[in-house]
Ligand binder design. Sequence first.
Ligand code: ZN
Length: 351
Amino acid sequence: MTVCFYVTAFDFLLYNHLYITVAEGGNVMAYSIGIDLGGTNIVVGIVDDSRKIVDRKRVKTRAPRSAESLVDTMADTIDTLLTRQELSVTDLLSIGIGVPGVVDPETGMLLHATNLFLKHVDFPALLRERFPDVPVFIANDADCAVFGEYLAGAAHNYKSVLMLTLGTGIGGGFVFENKIFRGATGFGIEPGHMAIETGDRIACSCGQWDCLEVYASIRGLKRMTCEALSGDDDTVLRDRVSFDGASFNARYIFEAASEGDVVATMILDRFVHYLAIGIRNLVVLYRPHMILLGGGISHAGDVLLEPLRARVAQTTVSGDVLPPPPIERSNLGNDAGVIGAAMLYTEGQST
Ligand SMILES: [Zn+2]
């Protein structure tokens, strides 16, 4: 038997009510939908109240196409999952969407999403046309990923977490006491574009110079590797590394460094130097309880983390009095964005 009842103890942003399903045997079960809307794939998941994904479905984004068409795909996928799990819309506490763009923190309007070729889209309003009785929440996808790690991943025991996603560029987000920091404009933090003055004057994709992202990203690692191999030093990297197009694989640098290759170790040392400067700046500004590293480079593991922790500890102001926070790897992978989106309805609630 399924029973729905009215609860007023929760203070939602848009709604002040929710439904809870009481299953056979009296176990309270609550579900939310998390949507990770990416430029390539849309992942929709059903997340239970223990913050675990109970089912998920991935479909192609096929951008560019209209917001209405995207919402149809999302809504159809939700229906498919509900049917598969023998649930109904009344079992849902909320729907949350993570979008790859800037969201107006006041209105929930997606202002701009380059990968989707969309501007000024009200996704919550469009989804409510299909699910009029379900509260809908929206946030930037990187923020959803940090929120997921904060609630259910590597940072779940900490009051705040600052995450850096080290990929082709550097993304990031900051969650403090169950609230995503969005700043005045909805951009939140952009750690990849803090200036790291090195005198190299290397141009960044943002139009500025010497941002963290031009050094401590896959792009930066590739450039530093290219520079290192311009000399005559003997190194295994000459046989392993390819610079053609997207075929450059950062993994080979870390593997060679862990094998003791001198050139790879030197590249890693430069990389750690720059990343530690960025983290040091973030630590003294935000004093997060934890630093989390995600993205492809974070898979390097201890060969990166151990020298990085040591360098941050050496350089962080008052390191002896106020030790820097732990630096760890994120552990939810792509699930973080879905879980974070599904749990947006809990944002700001006291834990
Ligand atoms: Zn930049």
